[in-house]
Design a protein around this ligand. Structure first.
Ligand code: HEC
Ligand code: HEC
Length: 357
């Protein structure tokens, strides 16, 4: 029996860098904090939210299956789907959320850095909206505490939608279809809070499920090839899983880019955006610190890192091993990890509809 299968059956994973009990506890606490942490606006009505399942992570090892979908209000999710695709959310009626997060392409634009209205080039690589509800904070630097508050970012960012809540709500109120839909779903006129809630409700439906890796965790030993299992073993043994862990294989802690070797010393002078979490907290310790990204869809969301500077997954795995763990990986190991990462995705569900991926 392989070590990966042993882990799935409940033995202690062989991860380095952090004591296994610590990652499990930290992951659970942080995921729960993300589900009801401070800064989240009060829900407009008491609706059950999608919450991580209470299953013990130790039963699975460092990575847990994507939790089952929680109940979501279908009228609000459908309104959110329309808003997500509506160019009236941009100042010049040229761009929607979906323009940068196309749902038929894993929720990303595949640009190095995003392109907003009027061709304005942003500072960061576009994150996927799929599985974003499972992250404990939103954005590369975690500056938004919830999906609802995240939306203020793209609305106002001059290199994204370049608008304002006053402008957006005024435009939407001129559309009788929206006035009726908001009245029906929220018993409310078109307000920023209702728009945020509708889009966030829609985003909670954007989850990839049923990955071969999750089937493997749940006991189907045939769901992964032997090379994918070898990649999973390496991912644990090298210590990748001390940072990339939990249901989203990331998205539940902050860590420095360059934990072992100074990344920016060897990649040119850092820009302000490269300071990451420091821009949010002002603490010196937070320079170059980012939210550890989810790896669930990573085989479909090139290019990589917060600045989109790495174009292939293989190259990113090499850089991670070197700068985060001080390890030089042979090409065969890089390949196994790449195959393992590709087994994590699954297929899009819910609001994404029958989209290709
Ligand atoms: C111009 C392209 C662009 C547009 C338009 C845009 N986004 Fe984004 N989105 C990005 C980029 C770039 C990031 C990462 C920015 C960062 O972390 O600093 C991002 C991040 C996000 C995230 C965070 C995901 C995570 O895991 O942290 C969510 C959620 C999101 N966008 C939803 C939306 C919604 C909803 C809209 C419409 C209201 C929208 N985006 C419009 C480019 C865009
Ligand atoms: C010390 C914590 C840590 C360790 C260990 C670590 N990573 Fe990461 N990883 C991060 C952080 C933080 C980022 C985001 C860095 C950035 O974009 O600036 C990241 C980014 C990535 C990305 C790019 C994701 C994207 O969407 O752009 C991949 C792929 C990745 N890691 C794979 C791995 C693999 C494989 C290993 C083991 C060889 C590993 N990581 C080890 C913290 C870590």
């Amino acid at each position: 029996m392989t070590a990966a299968a042993t882990t799935a059956a409940g033995a202690t994973p062989d991860g380095k860098g952090r004591a296994p009990g610590t990652w499990a506890a930290a992951g659970v606490v942080l995921l729960l904090a993300g589900a009801c942490g401070p800064g989240r606006p009060a829900p407009l009505a008491a609706l059950p939210r999608e919450a991580p399942e209470a299953s013990a992570p130790d039963a699975y090892g460092p990575i847990t299956p994507i939790p089952a979908a929680g109940p979501l209000d279908p009228a609000r999710a459908e309104l959110g789907r329309r808003l997500f695709h509506d160019v009236r959310l941009s100042h010049d009626d040229s761009l929607s959320c979906a323009g940068c997060h196309p749902l038929d392409s894993a929720g990303v634009d595949h640009q190095v850095r995003a392109i907003g209205i009027g061709g304005a080039r942003g500072e960061r690589n576009t994150s996927t909206v799929f599985n974003a509800a499972l992250n404990f904070r939103q954005f590369w630097d975690g500056r938004a505490a919830s999906l609802e508050s995240q939306i203020d970012g793209p609305i106002a960012n001059p290199s994204e939608l370049g608008s304002s809540w006053d402008e957006v709500t005024a435009k939407l109120r001129r559309d009788p279809g929206y006035v009726r839909a908001f009245a029906a779903a929220y018993a409310s006129p078109v307000t920023p809070a209702a728009v945020r809630d509708a889009i966030a409700t829609f985003e909670r439906t954007l989850v990839y499920r049923g990955s071969r890796f999750d089937r493997f965790l749940e006991g189907d030993a045939t769901a992964l090839s032997s090379e994918e299992r070898a990649g999973y073993q390496l991912f644990q043994r090298l210590g990748c899983a001390s940072c990339h862990q939990g249901a989203n294989v990331g998205g539940n802690m902050f860590e420095r880019l360059g934990a072992i070797r100074d990344f920016f010393a060897e990649h040119g002078a850092p820009s302000e955006s490269d300071l990451g979490r420091f821009n949010v907290t002002g603490r010196d310790d937070d320079r170059f610190v980012f939210r550890v990204p989810s790896l669930r869809l990573v085989s479909r969301t090139a290019p990589y890192l917060h600045d989109g500077s790495l174009s292939t997954l293989a190259e990113t795995i090499v850089i991670m091993a070197s700068y985060q763990l001080g390890r030089h990986l042979p090409a065969a190991d890089v390949h196994s990890i790449e195959l393992f990462l590709d087994s994590l995705a699954g297929t899009p569900e819910g609001g994404a509809g029958a989209t290709a991926h």
